[in-house]
Design a protein. Structure first.
Lengths: 518, 548
């Protein structure tokens, strides 16, 4: 095997290490002649990955800086603890007196008191305080060892602080909510590198001057002729490029969108704020339906309206709820509250889009789909998001029947989930009859409920002016999306953490239909 | 979806399935729109999909459904004797809890398992179907302790009574204060002057519905074999359906049901005298044309009786062009002939239908606003921007919201998600605050829905927001990106000084695209950055996607 040649950065690093045996990061940066920290990082990564140097140790350095509360204390010339302590020691003891006379932030009074009591610097007796001694406390130490040096622009390392002070700093540097932190502790890992035998050999073999970079001048004057080009080794990781990227979950959703468009579906869009009318009433969900109360749906606190139905449609839907209107149904048999129909809610089901589509003169035949943000009153956890996407749609046609509904679900099983083992189960949705649930056997996830469909009840379609049969369908794609993105916590679909986002892969083409042949 | 628990032994026994042939259970449950949701020892957890079939929310209902699927229809409450007992209703209950149904049941002595099942169905029906005892609440008593006629009256809150499980007597208002059930259901009586009360002909209290039974008569025990059951509530059909379901359940357990006459001197939807349990006997008539239109083929009239029998219809007649059928007494969910058609399809089995693809040609198309957003997102990615996808819900006080602030939610679950965003900027700021450890530069963007109000109407708009952060970030970063975006989209960009507290004064401008006011751009205010814990400078813009 041909000995890999050395990159100039590697050569510089190895030469320095050869002269020192081993060296830490600070020494290398100052003594090796490497141009900058980035070059050092790349060179050290390369030599480590090629076995030319090894890690002889690592040290973690934690440096302390002031957070917002710390800066505030510095400006006031003392921490709340010191101020409170000095007030107590100067003889003021009563709570109300201390609170009124304090020159510190009153909102931090309670925590300062707690800290002083805990440290044994004061003792509490009912509503008054007594100083326990007059000597120096850990809070004085904290001021001298941390605040003072930082105010002079010096670096404070956590490891150099006395134990009590260090603990105090750590307990006051929360990892989250830095906006209310007194201190911020920044950790950095420092490597100590040591050259290996292979490294020494490579350095010795590297010898003469090979061409590193081919330049424009060399091309212009022909000086490249007859020269040796340094051979590259290919076992080093590629350099990182800062780059733009679409969001992985949106890439997944966009792939699904394209699939539906290719299957002849037209995309529906709608408002995230809906009237109860379009969200529920038009779907023949009675106003007393349990899924409609304040523990299931978000109501908006606003006087603004969320898109009213036209009066004739409202009238027809109202009487369908009351006595079935002309649909042949007995209706839900209750007095329909028209005022409630206009209440603004956050869309709780994508089917609201389908209702609006039916009410606005859809094409017949027609196929529609929508990817709708929906909102449910749920505790946010590993399986629930504050808002989520529902994939919903309809298929309308004079000749549509139950068999087409089954065919459509089969299409989804094959084209979306990429499976060929599936099962139809009787289901219940308030707005469809018959209703079917589609179970599919996924190679990774096992049997999952992929979606549901049904023929819209006449109580839904006829008041909206549609007499042709309509298939309503919905798909649950979260589990497939999480599989495509290799996630186990659904909250990661909408993470705020950029580095987490940068680590995510998304492979919709391997999870969505078509993958079965791969 | 209701979820219930039952004893597997009880279910298999009632359904007549031998333990070893349990394999087919899943398929049978599926036909009842039910599925196994877990098991623990002898306890079987079952989830029901149909929120309109409370008769299935108990072991007796599931077992009955299975028996009929396997063996055909059964008689329910078919040969009831005439009522021999009565409940007198005081017209004053009309104001607080107007309706009652009641019956007596005599049968085999209650085993602990049967008693558990009875109480489980009592609680499930009252909490879910009875809407936490508002529409319907249920009481069971030892029949032998009661002298008829029972009186259902409305009494003052200082009426004294000995509640079940309490050491002694107390006035009703103390029951609400001092007992757990009292505190839980006090809301149902709020604002009422007189409260519902059941007592027997001798004046002995039976219960304080819908809160607690009396200690003296209201406690069934294993070994009891004579039961009095009453259902009170605010909704006529919920009360009656609940009592029919309970009566059918006891009948299935071998009890004989004895109706009770309810006397409403002031009248009721069922008249002045109503014998309960009162079956609904809902009738559905479906033409063969409707069946063909839904299922795709004309029905075979000879197969209809078998199908309806397996679905436990009470009776039917199949004519030359239609079928007319009566639902079992415990069902009140048939509203439209399509409901009958679905039952026929379930009886036939969904796998007996041939799946077809809709044959008619339709043109696929994306929504124009999504097309526009896609074009914008592609340009931004080319400019090195990283896309975020963040929740639409946020805290009401989110820093960085556009004036006049996000639209608040009336019933938030947590403060963290208590409003609907009116700008994408707060989310991007939160992301930056959470991402200080990610290598810079940070060019963050989101393109998506925000909710605003215009002229008294709520309006969902699509906006595009970009925030750039870094050690040397400045106004020019956002400006450059907006410039390329406008240029590639072929619209003229014009900025004008604009006050907006989110940005540094004098470094904030309104954005006009093609002459139309579309948004805002600026260098983020250090006060805002500081409040979010963001340690690097940044600039941002947000514009209506429609302007691009």
């Amino acid at each position: 095997m041909e000995a890999a040649e050395l990159h100039p950065l590697e050569r510089a690093l190895l030469s320095y290490l050869a002269s020192k045996g081993r060296a830490g990061e600070a020494d290398i940066l100052s003594g090796s002649g490497l141009p900058d920290e980035g070059s050092y990082r790349r060179a050290s990564q390369w030599v480590l990955s090629r076995g030319l140097a090894r890690e002889a140790g690592r040290s973690v350095e934690s440096t302390v800086s002031l957070g917002p509360l710390g800066r505030e204390a510095l400006e006031r010339g003392g921490t709340p603890e010191l101020m409170l302590l000095s007030a107590v020691r100067s003889g003021r003891a009563d709570f109300s007196e201390l609170q009124a006379g304090g020159s510190f932030d009153p909102s931090r009074w309670g925590s300062a008191l707690g800290a002083l009591v805990k440290a044994g610097a004061v003792s509490r007796d009912g509503n008054s305080l007594r100083a326990a001694g007059s000597g120096r406390t850990v809070f004085h130490e904290l001021w001298d060892r941390v605040y003072e040096p930082l105010s002079r622009g010096e670096t404070v390392e956590l490891s150099t602080l006395p134990e009590g002070v260090g603990d105090l700093v750590l307990s006051r540097s929360p990892r989250r909510g830095k906006g209310r932190a007194e201190f911020i502790v920044t950790e950095s890992v420092r490597l100590v590198l040591e050259i290996t035998g292979e490294g020494l050999a490579a350095l010795g073999a590297a010898g003469g001057e090979a061409v590193g970079r081919l330049t424009q001048e060399m091309l212009a004057d022909g000086s490249w002729r007859g020269r040796d080009f340094r051979r590259y080794s290919f076992d080093m990781p590629p350099p990182r490029i800062p780059c733009g990227r679409l969001h992985p979950y949106r890439i997944f959703l966009d792939t699904v969108r394209r699939k539906f468009i290719s299957m002849g579906f037209k995309e529906m869009r709608g408002s995230i704020a809906e009237t109860e009318f379009w969200n529920n009433d038009a779907l023949y969900m009675p106003q007393f339906h349990p899924a409609r109360d304040i523990h299931d749906v978000y109501f908006l606190d606003t006087q603004d309206a969320a898109g009213w139905p036209d009066p004739a449609t409202l009238r027809r839907v109202a009487s369908t709820h009351e006595d079935g209107w002309e649909t042949g149904s007995r209706g839900w048999e209750y007095p329909y509250d028209r005022a409630r129909a206009l209440t603004a809610v956050l869309r709780s089901q994508g089917t609201a889009l389908s209702a609006r589509c039916l009410g606005s003169g859809p094409s017949i035949p027609g196929r529609y789909f929508g990817i709708a943000r929906c909102f449910r009153y749920d505790q946010v956890d590993a399986t629930h998001l504050p808002d989520f996407f529902q994939m919903e749609g309809i298929v309308i046609g004079e000749t549509i029947d139950f068999r087409h509904l089954l065919g459509l679900l089969r299409l989804f099983a094959v084209e979306i989930a990429g499976v060929d083992e599936y099962e139809y189960l009787p289901a219940y949705f308030p707005f469809t009859e018959p209703s079917v649930e589609l179970m599919v056997k996924h190679p990774t996830l096992g049997w999952i409920e992929l979606g549901g469909a049904g023929l819209f009840r006449p109580e839904v379609t006829e008041p909206l002016g549609v007499t042709a049969p309509v298939i309503a369908w919905g798909l649950g794609l979260d589990r497939l999306a999480m599989l495509a993105m290799k996630l186990s916590d659904i909250r990661d679909l909408m993470t705020s953490d950029l580095s987490r986002l940068r680590r995510m892969t998304v492979l919709p083409d391997r999870v969505l239909g078509g993958a079965r042949n791969a | 979806m209701p979820r219930i628990e039952m004893s597997r032994t009880d279910l298999l026994g009632l359904a007549g399935i031998p333990q070893e042939s349990e394999d087919g259970l899943a398929a049978l449950l599926a036909s009842l729109k039910a599925e196994k949701a877990g098991a623990e020892g002898d306890i079987l957890k079952i989830e029901l999909k149909d929120t309109n079939r409370p008769d299935l929310w108990c072991v007796e209902g599931i077992a009955r459904g299975i028996r009929c699927l396997l063996g055909g229809r059964e008689d329910h409450l078919s040969r009831l004797p005439a009522p021999s007992a009565a409940v007198e209703v005081d017209p004053a209950v009309r104001e607080v809890r107007p309706w009652i149904a009641a019956f007596a049941a005599r049968g085999p002595s209650l085993s602990p398992m049967v008693l558990d099942a009875l109480i489980a169905s009592q609680e499930k029906l009252a909490s879910s179907f009875g809407r936490n005892r508002k529409s319907a609440a249920i009481g069971f008593y030892r029949l032998g302790d009661i002298r008829f006629p029972v009186r259902y009256s409305a009494v003052p809150p200082d009426t004294v009574f000995h509640p079940l499980g309490e050491p002694g007597e107390m006035p009703l208002h103390e029951v609400l204060d001092r007992t757990e059930a009292g505190r839980k259901y006090a809301g149902l009586l709020a604002g009422k002057r007189l409260w519902p009360f059941l007592s027997d002909a001798g004046g002995a209290p039976l219960s304080f519905p819908p809160v607690l039974n009396s200690e003296d008569t209201g406690r069934l025990q294993p070994g009891d074999c004579e039961i009095f059951c009453e259902v009170t509530g605010t909704d006529w059909s919920t009360v009656h359906l609940t009592s029919v379901i309970l009566a059918c359940n006891l009948e299935d357990r071998g009890f004989g049901i004895e109706p009770v006459e309810i006397r409403y001197p002031a009248g009721s939807p069922g008249g002045e005298r109503v014998a309960t349990p009162a079956a609904f006997s809902d009738r559905l008539e479906a033409g063969f044309d409707l069946i063909e239109r839904i299922t795709g083929s004309p029905p075979d009239p000879a197969s209809i009786p078998g199908a309806l029998s397996r679905m436990d219809y009470a009776s039917w007649s199949v004519g030359p062009a239609s079928v007319d059928a009566v639902l079992a007494p415990y069902r009140h969910d048939g509203m439209h002939p399509v409901d009958l058609v679905e039952d026929l399809a379930i009886a036939a089995g969904f796998s007996s239908f041939e799946p077809l693809l809709p044959a008619e040609y339709t043109l696929g198309a994306s929504a124009p606003e999504e097309d526009r957003l896609d074009a914008i997102r592609a340009i931004l990615v080319g400019l090195g921007c990283e896309e975020l996808l963040l929740p639409v819900l946020q805290a009401r006080e989110s820093a960085g919201s556009a004036p006049p602030g996000p639209i608040p939610i009336l019933n938030p679950m947590t403060a963290e998600y208590s409003a609907v965003r009116n700008s994408l900027v707060p989310g991007l700021l939160r992301a930056e605050a959470a991402s200080a450890h990610a290598a810079y530069p940070h060019r963050l963007f989101e393109a998506g829905e925000v909710l605003g109000a215009e002229g008294g109407s709520l309006l969902t708009r699509m906006t595009v927001a970009v925030c750039v952060f870094g050690n040397d970030a400045q106004f020019g970063d956002a400006h450059a990106i907006l410039g390329v975006l406008a240029g590639y989209r072929g619209v003229e960009l014009a900025l004008q000084p604009h006050p907006d507290e989110r940005f540094i004064a004098g470094r904030c401008a309104s954005v006009r695209l093609g002459g139309r006011l579309c948004g805002v751009i600026g260098e983020l205010h250090p006060g805002l950055l500081d409040s979010m814990g963001i340690s690097r400078p940044g600039s941002a813009f947000e514009v209506d996607a429609e302007g691009l």
